[in-house]
Unconditional design. Structure first.
Length: 449
């Protein structure tokens, strides 16, 4: 493997076929699994493909790569465009909240002790300051309306009654200031409401609007372009004549959006090296994502093109199954390329291994908290590579899904997360790290066995 920080050279040899040593190791694992045991990882075999970057290290390289060279200017944008972004400037209150004394309930504003004479005309929200009250006087008031000067308290509608003379009586004791939201109860003008680095949620948008903002300053979404490679891919219809449907073209753009990217283009390139080279060098995206073409076959053009344009190869193969022949390159100072394998589940593995930490760092999102759950059953591991296995979450357990081959999407389509299975596998009940999927929905009772 070309070491991180070197120029792209000849691609690492990769194959999903097991050599003799691997095959024997997996046979031993199968026997041990039947005995309820998981063996220790087999010694690392010789060969170029086994000198790839460890999985956790590859993720850290991807996150660090975005920090090292990328300086993205914050932008001011309307509130409606900022959802999911990160604040690049503090959210300071532009006004007192509330900006005047308001009623917290529907009822009567009352002055002094009761009973009270009730004014004929009430006070509604959104109207100008009402006339002051005098002792022994009350006025009907709506929630959110301005409190008249000299008001003692607000008497809730359900806690008052009127007598035959129209005078208002309280049916329970009231205290001074009851059900009045005083000016600046929540904040004063200039108070910091939220610091830099806060993720913009719907509640943050509501707070910004209440505090007087029409726009916020945020870290912009990283721009991503998807290049779908392969002459064998069909855009529609049933597979035929050796051609297969393209699963990655429909899947990757929404997945990248869920990871916080703005997908600026999806292009089908085929197996044409010159067209691919022009697409890579002509892209203005922060991240280029290619599908397929990362191994050493006759039409695998990604490595030669990276070498041709002088790209800096940061990750060239990862010790993970599926997805071993993924790669990460810096094509220019403010641009990276993630090369995904062509098999669908292998591409998902590459997306979460390399694209997710890079996009997260570009968007200034914090790394998710690592968490583990015990597995409901043993999972066979690779002798020396990490395995990513689709799972569903059932209570306090992760249930492995068994359609998990590199070309399969049936398992991941039903999954809540991916289990990070270490080399050698994991026993039933063993705590295993999980990678959440951004749209995971609990309670979908689907389990493939």
């Amino acid at each position: 493997m070309t070491a991180p920080g070197t120029r792209a050279g000849a691609p690492a040899e990769d194959s999903h076929d097991l050599d003799v040593e691997e095959a024997l190791a997996l046979v031993r694992e199968a026997k041990d699994d039947r005995a309820g045991q998981v063996p220790a990882p087999a010694p690392e075999a010789h060969g170029e493909r086994h000198r790839a970057t460890p999985w956790a290290g590859a993720r850290e390289i991807a996150a660090r790569a975005a920090r090292a060279r990328t300086r993205r200017a914050p932008v001011s944008m309307p509130l409606g465009d900022a959802l999911g972004l990160v604040l690049a400037a503090p959210l300071d209150a532009l006004t007192d909240l509330p900006s005047f004394d308001t009623s917290a309930m529907d009822g009567w504003a009352v002055a002094g002790p009761g009973p009270w004479d009730v004014r004929d005309e009430g006070v509604l929200a959104g109207h100008a300051q009402p006339e002051p009250l005098t002792d022994g006087e009350a006025v009907r008031i709506a929630t959110g309306a301005r409190i008249p000067a000299d008001t003692t308290a607000v008497l809730r509608s359900e806690h008052g009654r009127t007598d035959a003379q129209g005078r208002l009586h309280a049916t329970r004791e009231i205290v001074h200031g009851q059900d009045i939201r005083p000016r600046a109860q929540e904040c004063r003008s200039g108070d910091q409401l939220l610091p830099v680095g806060t993720r913009v949620t719907p509640a943050v948008l509501g707070l910004a609007a209440a505090a007087g903002y029409d726009t916020v300053t945020a870290v912009p979404r990283p721009r991503a372009e998807v290049l779908v490679l392969g002459d064998e891919l069909l855009a529609e219809g049933l597979p035929r004549d050796g051609l297969i449907r393209d699963a990655l073209g429909p899947m990757l753009p929404p997945w990248l959006r869920a990871l916080g990217a703005e997908v600026v283009a999806v292009r089908r390139i085929g197996d044409d090296a010159e067209t691919l080279c022009r697409a890579v060098t002509g892209s203005a995206a922060d991240l280029i994502v290619t599908t397929g073409g990362t191994a050493g076959g006759p039409v695998d053009h990604v490595h030669p093109i990276l070498e041709r344009i002088g790209a800096e190869l940061l990750v060239d193969g990862v010790k993970v199954r599926p997805g071993h022949p993924m790669l990460l390159a810096r094509t220019k100072d403010a641009q990276h390329l993630v090369g995904l394998p062509g098999n669908p589940l292998a591409a998902v593995s590459g997306l979460l291994t390399l694209a997710e930490p890079l996009l997260r760092t570009l968007a200034a999102h914090p790394a998710p908290e690592r968490y583990t759950l015990p597995l409901s059953e043993a999972v066979q591991g690779h002798p020396y590579d990490t395995r990513l296995i689709p799972v569903v979450l059932r209570g306090d357990r992760a249930v492995p899904l068994h359609y998990n081959g590199p070309a399969m999407l049936r398992g991941i389509a039903a999954a809540d997360a991916l289990a990070v299975v270490p080399p050698g596998g994991a026993r039933q009940g063993e705590e295993t790290e999980l990678l959440d999927l951004p749209w995971a929905t609990a309670g979908i009772e689907v389990c493939f066995t």
